[in-house]
Design a protein around this ligand. Structure first.
Ligand code: SAH
Length: 262
């Protein structure tokens, strides 16, 4: 039996896969990739004769079976997926049948779209003394959210939020954050197809107007929503780290960036 690797392909740009990911692709006997998000160019690394398939139209059980049957034939089998394979995928569900069959499983991290979006926007997700916490979350859809993780509950922290899988509901996202205490002038960045060659779009706005801006720009999918008191810090000189030890810092900077004051 071969080994099945879950490899992060990165957010879209073909050169944002890791060196380890490339090495494994280059020795793969079979590769199953997620059609809609993984740039096919990542497959440029596959060796000749490698069996390559798109899982777009497969059910979960078919994906499992595919990986299992290929592991019986090849030493290296790859499940190539977008961003990082540990975020918003079905790793556990796919690994279980492989574990049960005694097939070895490995993970190779990838550049998540959250990281790629921050980079594309030229923004930091943390800022000294302003926010030191990043929450990766999503709006409830068909996949319900655990109650304690509702966007309203998470929003009260006022820290950085990277909101996946929610662009269709950007109006509700903005409304929920304002209801939770964020200023409607708080900055928001939406990055559509971060790092995709020729397709990336970075939109900036506030909680009050971001939904309209997205609608006008026709952004309805494949986008990351970043909300953070750290956004725009490059333009705010007063928040330089030199101020960190200023005794008035905490009082003056609490609630910066429109986040709810604690
Ligand atoms: N494992 C992936 C996330 C998969 S969930 C990762 O680590 O990035 C799919 C969601 O990820 C999309 O709805 C979107 O919110 C986000 N996403 C994936 N690729 C993206 C990209 N290139 N730019 C912006 N957002 C992206």
């Amino acid at each position: 039996m071969g080994k099945v690797w879950f490899v992060g392909a990165g957010p879209g740009a073909p050169d944002l896969i890791t060196v380890r990911g490339i090495r494994l692709l280059a020795e793969a006997g079979a590769i199953l990739y997620t059609g809609s998000l993984v740039a096919e160019t990542a497959l440029q690394w596959a060796p000749e004769g490698c069996e390559i398939a798109d899982s777009k139209s497969m059910e979960l059980a078919q994906v499992s079976d595919w990986l299992l049957t290929r592991a019986a034939r090849h030493e290296t089998v790859i499940r190539l997926q977008t961003g990082d394979p540990t975020l918003y995928g079905v790793f556990a569900e796919l690994a279980r049948p492989l574990d049960a069959a005694g097939v070895e499983v490995g993970l190779v991290p990838g550049v998540s779209s959250a990281m790629a979006s921050a980079a594309s926007a030229g923004e930091c997700l943390t800022l000294p003394e302003v926010t030191q916490t990043v929450i990766f979350t999503r709006h409830a859809e068909r996949t319900p959210m655990p109650e304690r993780e509702s966007l309203a509950a998470l929003a009260v922290h006022g820290c950085t939020l990277c909101i996946f899988l929610s662009i269709e509901r950007i109006d509700q996202v903005a409304e929920t954050l304002v209801d939770a205490g964020w200023a409607d002038t708080a900055p928001v960045v939406v990055v559509h197809k971060a790092t995709w060659p020729g397709e990336e779009l970075v939109l900036r706005g506030t909680l009050a107007d971001i939904a309209t801006r997205c609608r006008e720009a026709g952004i309805v999918r494949q986008a990351m929503i970043l909300v953070s008191p750290a956004l725009g810090a490059r333009e705010r000189e007063s928040e330089a780290t030199s101020k960190l030890y200023d005794p008035g810092f905490e009082r003056r900077f609490r609630g910066k960036g429109g986040a709810p004051a604690s």
